[in-house]
Design a protein around this ligand. Sequence first.
Ligand SMILES: *[C@@H]1O[C@H](CO)[C@@H](O)[C@H](O)[C@H]1NC(C)=O
Ligand SMILES: *[C@@H]1O[C@H](CO)[C@@H](O)[C@H](O)[C@H]1NC(C)=O
Ligand SMILES: *[C@@H]1O[C@H](CO)[C@@H](O)[C@H](O)[C@H]1NC(C)=O
Length: 155
Amino acid sequence: MAFKSVLFVSLLIAAMAAPIAEAQLGLISGLLGLIRIQGTVFCTANGNMGVNGTATPIFPNALVQLRCGNGNVVSTSTTNGSGIFSILLDPIQFLLSSLLSSCNLVVNTPLASCNASLPSIGGLLSPLQFIGNTLAGLLNVANIIPAGFQFLPNL
Ligand SMILES: *[C@@H]1O[C@H](CO)[C@@H](O)[C@H](O)[C@H]1NC(C)=O
Ligand SMILES: *[C@@H]1O[C@H](CO)[C@@H](O)[C@H](O)[C@H]1NC(C)=O
Ligand SMILES: *[C@@H]1O[C@H](CO)[C@@H](O)[C@H](O)[C@H]1NC(C)=O
């Protein structure tokens, strides 16, 4: 009798546990995400790669801001020795669609700091472009790049 009821309870738990585990896994894989905005800033008049491709000089130590809505600075990063910056965002706090529609990357460090012949005023601005998701272990990473910088003299 005792054995039977233990068996019954175990079966009941097993039957209940299966859908719960699946639901939890679904929930977790939905939450284990990351939004990564990454790109290279080049030391050119418009911040983009020049005719010489990868031989184009890069812009190190440039402050890159993510500005949303009315220009609120939401996150910042600095380009490294390869001119690369990276901003990581939590998808729970940021909706991909609204990031893409209402945010821009702004480089505030004057271009003159990487090449004295370039302007010492103004800055660079680029909209964002989504290029797809990649899996990094359990993490689903939404990858965003600068769509293309332009120089704005009174940024
Ligand atoms: C591209 O490379 C060539 C050969 O090294 C060089 O002469 C030229 O100045 C470069 N152009 C630019 C825009 O950097
Ligand atoms: C800059 O960051 C990129 C991406 O994380 C990395 O691959 C590269 O090695 C870094 N360059 C330097 C000079 O630290
Ligand atoms: C600096 O910028 C000027 C003007 O764009 C360009 O002609 C020159 O080649 C650049 N110098 C270097 C070292 O990249």
